[in-house]
Design a binder for this molecule. Structure first.
Ligand code: SF4
Ligand code: SF4
Ligand code: FES
Length: 288
């Protein structure tokens, strides 16, 4: 057991955890960008910097262990100023068309950059944005990559490698020229991507997003000469529960099927049985 203090709150801790995790325990919010729970620590964005009494340099809270007797300030003037400067540098590498006031971006309604900008008080872009002239990658049938919107947080690299075990993303170049790209800079449609979408969930900007397919589906549904069927994966009935105003984790098969029928699908198929067979097969392989 040891003691530390964060923003004047005395804490008794039993194990060495990061300053970020200790702050969470004390219900203190420290902004983060490259950090994501469940992924390894990268420590690249430095947005989570904090001031430790007696130390001249500010330290990243996600990558620094809290120690006995530490006195930490998470929102001192020095911290807030550096955080703003760092954030302005980060958004200068983000596509100017966005201007933190996006209309057409896929992340317009849930952009982490906008949330952080509001939290730390950045309301305009003071630095000239760096345009790299990279084109949009449309090569995949499911995932679009817009490299100009990438802020090199590295989360997609770690998610694809550590969670999915695939590892199609990597970094290229050095220093300020460093960019996140795909294996050999190939298009998303030309790498071993399984289209699981996990990297999209991790991406804090609109640099990775799904291909918009609503118009294609609606055109087919409007075409009376077509018999249009839909087949849902088992997970969808749970994932859709919250948009249906049910509790997270609820099973909403009935509402899902009704909604699809109302959309005018001619038939609704369920992958449940085939998924059960797959699990039985995988389970048997594991036991053997
Ligand atoms: S969608 Fe592709 S690139 Fe993204 S995490 Fe899954 S396998 Fe990796
Ligand atoms: S594509 Fe998204 S998740 Fe990957 S490094 Fe760029 S901003 Fe981060
Ligand atoms: S969130 Fe800690 S360094 Fe990026």
């Amino acid at each position: 057991m040891f003691k530390a203090e964060i923003d004047g709150i005395e804490m008794e801790l039993e194990e060495k955890i990061s300053i970020l995790d200790a702050a969470k325990k004390a219900k203190i919010n420290i902004p983060t960008l490259c950090y994501e729970e469940g992924l390894s620590i990268y420590g690249g964005c430095r947005l989570c910097v904090v001031e430790i009494e007696g130390e001249e340099l500010l330290k990243p809270a996600c990558a620094t262990e809290i120690e006995d007797g530490m006195k930490i300030k998470t929102h001192s003037k020095k911290v807030r100023e550096l955080r703003k400067n760092l954030f302005e540098l980060i958004i200068a590498t983000h596509n100017i068309d966005c201007q933190l006031n996006c209309l057409t971006c896929s992340r317009a309604s849930n952009c982490e950059l906008k949330e952080i900008a509001e939290d730390i008080g950045v309301s305009k872009m003071r630095l000239d944005p760096i345009k790299r002239g990279e084109s949009i990658d449309n090569s995949s049938y499911a995932i679009i990559r817009e490299p100009e919107k990438c802020i090199s947080c590295n989360r997609c690299i770690r998610k694809c490698e550590e969670v999915q075990g695939i590892g199609i993303f990597t970094t290229a170049n050095r220093g300020p020229e460093t960019v996140v790209t795909t294996f050999k800079n190939r298009g998303m449609g030309n790498v071993e991507c399984t289209n699981c979408g996990q990297c999209i969930l991790s991406c804090p900007t609109g640099a990775l997003h799904e291909l918009y397919q609503k118009d294609i589906v609606l055109d087919l549904l409007n075409d009376e000469s077509k018999h249009v069927v839909v087949q849902t994966a088992p997970a969808v009935r749970v994932a859709i529960s919250e948009p249906f105003s049910n509790q997270a984790g609820d099973i909403s098969t009935g509402q899902l099927v009704t909604a699809l029928k109302r959309l005018d699908f001619d038939a609704v198929f369920d992958t449940n049985f085939a998924a059960d067979l797959t699990i039985m097969e995988e389970g048997t392989e594991l036991i053997e």
